[in-house]
Design a protein around this ligand. Structure first.
Ligand SMILES: *Cc1c(COP(=O)(O)O)cnc(C)c1O
Length: 393
């Protein structure tokens, strides 16, 4: 008999009662160190007092009006995002995939508004993940997500990861832009080198096409900059964000320059829930914390410590760990043992992580972790590595 919840997920058989900062507490009363953060979502940990207060306060005032009425919190959050980024304008969504849908539609509409509706193709990269809608499974191009869901949505031309020549060759007079994650998340924490990001920007400028970034996972402070592309010193035309920007409340957004957004006039796009007052109250509260001057500095400091200790682990267990990669607190451990076995071994040791492509374990802890949490995580990782290492010898 089918389960009451559509069986598309395979959740761990473990009930979680509540969260406290960097820990999750099971209904068995046990504590788990959470280096998964709901897949890079709980950027400020669990039950952050400032976020709780903002949500509770808004909950007592107003939950929802729809966008038929002005939402002051939305105006404020948009202005703050515009102030802090390349963008001139923001469309709010409830998820990452909707932020991508808006981004893709915007890129197509831009060229249509310029009199070139035939320019609707986006160049994407192998190993990419952009969500599970019909358009974004076509963008991601992974057979396992496309299979059985009918004709692939047209207009996505995929090239090998990191292959600039292939990008240049793929550009035709039907190309609207390039869509890329600055660090592939689901693909296994594969960073695009900063020089390549600059080249992509230059290629877009040269051909009059748009650079679209998917920072759903790598954005919102995750890499130690507010957004990951800042490391390359470039700016996109359009950017999709979500996950960490809501701190656990469903918030997404499509950010764009005025030029890129020029086709998105009244009536061209919409969402009933997008930018709802509860979501905006939490989004603003996340920014209160994340835009504090010291916040990202601390992310970079703890990242350095964690990376150093992981490198030492990799040196100690070369038969288990192949490589440590990533930036800030978006870290991939590429393994020589099956990543799902490692995920379970870590879970048995009360450390939550996330599996990723390319046989990687992802460490995506809340951005508020401290040295003591790193120490605890590295001990558990070391213990798990040891168990695999002994098995092999
Ligand atoms: C998670 C993710 C998405 C999809 O976000 P949802 O909120 O699950 O729809 C898109 N792109 C990237 C890079 C992601 O990590």
């Amino acid at each position: 008999m089918i389960s009451a919840v559509l069986p598309t997920y395979a959740p761990a058989d473990l009930g979680i009662e509540k969260g406290e900062g960097v820990y999750l507490i099971g209904n068995n009363g046990e504590r788990y160190l959470d280096f998964a953060a709901g897949i890079a979502v709980n950027s400020l940990g669990h039950a952050h007092p400032h976020l709780v207060a903002a949500l509770v306060e808004q909950a007592g005032k107003l939950w929802h009006t729809s966008n038929m009425l002005k939402i002051p919190g939305q105006q404020r959050l948009a202005e703050r995002l515009v102030e802090a980024t390349f963008a001139d304008t923001v469309f709010f969504t409830n998820s990452g995939v909707e932020a991508l849908e808006c981004s893709i539609k915007m890129a197509r509409k831009y060229h249509a508004a310029n009199g070139h509706p035939e320019r609707f193709h986006l160049i994407t990269f192998e190993g990419a993940f952009h969500g599970r809608s019909l358009a974004t499974i076509a963008a991601g191009g992974q057979e396992k997500y496309l299979e059985g869901f009918g004709p692939k949505v047209q207009g996505f031309d995929q090239v090998p990861f990191g292959d600039l020549d292939a990008v240049r060759k793929a550009i035709t007079d039907e190309t609207a832009g390039i869509l890329i994650e600055p660090i592939q998340g689901e693909g296994g924490i594969r960073p695009v080198p900063t020089e390549m990001m600059r080249q992509l920007r230059a290629i877009c400028d040269e051909h009059g096409i748009l650079l679209l970034l998917d920072e759903v996972q790598c954005g919102a402070g995750r890499t130690g900059k507010f957004f990951a592309h800042e490391w390359a010193g470039i700016e996109p035309d359009i950017m999709a964000i979500a996950k960490g920007i809501g701190g656990g409340f469903p918030v997404g957004a499509c950010l764009a320059t005025e030029e890129a957004a020029k086709g998105m006039v009244k009536g061209t796009h919409g969402s009933t829930f997008g930018g709802n007052p509860l979501a905006m109250a939490v989004g603003n509260a996340v920014l209160d914390v994340m835009l504090e001057p010291e916040f990202l500095e601390r992310v970079n400091d703890v990242s350095k410590t964690l990376m150093q200790q992981l490198s030492m682990l990799a040196d100690t267990y070369p038969d288990v760990i192949e490589e440590i990669r990533g930036q800030g607190l978006m870290i991939g451990i590429k393994l020589k043992v099956p990543n799902l076995d490692m995920l379970q071994a870590l879970r048995d040791r009360h450390l939550f992580t996330v599996a990723g492509g390319d046989n990687v374990i992802r460490l995506l802890p809340p951005l508020v972790i401290e040295e003591k949490h790193i120490k605890e995580a590295v001990e558990k990782l070391g213990d798990a590595c040891k168990s695999f290492s002994e098995k092999e010898s």
